[in-house]
Design a protein around this ligand. Structure first.
Ligand SMILES: [Zn+2]
Length: 194
């Protein structure tokens, strides 16, 4: 079944161990912030710092397991049908981030999208883990500097994850329109439970 993540919004969904979710970059320009929580204990969640240590890499490639903050596998990236650029360094955007970029009014953001998506499942958590930023292109240089790259995807590019434990997965179609990561135009994306 295909679910829409409306532009600038978030969704969450329960995933049983062994089920898979395909995250689809429908229009080819859209970063999707992605989280996973242990369905039985929300204090355990996919941890980017833990993943990078396990992979010895900045972002996952097909076959990599996603680790939680308790160093257990929560998901496996089974397929990557995209250019393979994802980001694990940048925190999910929030209203304060847009304020620092010069925005003077409330701006839709991935933090609030996460919590809105979880609230639709009756879940409240008091913190925001760092997200796996699917399709987000953050080139880095040897001197440590980062760039905000355009999204490199084509319409329909996608990634497939399989659950290694019962979990809650959450998605935000990132509403970033002040930096070029969504090629200037935040759009909807989709996910499919398979
Ligand atoms: Zn965002």
């Amino acid at each position: 079944m295909k679910h829409t993540i409306p532009a600038r919004s978030g969704k969450a969904h329960r995933l049983e161990k062994g089920q898979s979710v395909r995250v689809i970059n429908t229009h080819g320009n859209q970063v999707v912030d992605f989280w996973a929580f242990n369905a039985n204990d929300f204090r355990e969640y996919m941890g980017m710092e833990h993943c990078r240590a396990f992979w010895s890499r900045l972002f996952p490639v097909a076959g990599d397991k996603m680790l939680t903050n308790r160093r257990r596998a929560i998901l496996t990236l089974v397929e990557d049908n995209s250019p393979g650029r994802h980001d694990t360094l940048i925190a999910p955007c929030d209203n304060e981030r847009y304020g620092l970029l010069g925005c003077t009014h409330y701006h839709d953001n991935c933090r609030d999208n996460l919590h809105a998506g979880l609230a639709n499942l009756g879940i409240t958590i008091p913190y925001t883990p760092n997200s796996l930023n699917l399709f987000m292109n953050i080139p880095w240089r040897q001197d440590g500097s980062l760039e905000w790259g355009n999204c490199l995807c084509r319409p329909g590019d996608n990634v497939l994850f399989t659950a290694e434990m019962d979990c809650i997965v959450a998605f935000s179609a990132c509403p970033q329109d002040m930096l070029p990561i969504n090629n200037g135009t935040p759009t909807e994306a989709h996910f499919e439970i398979v």
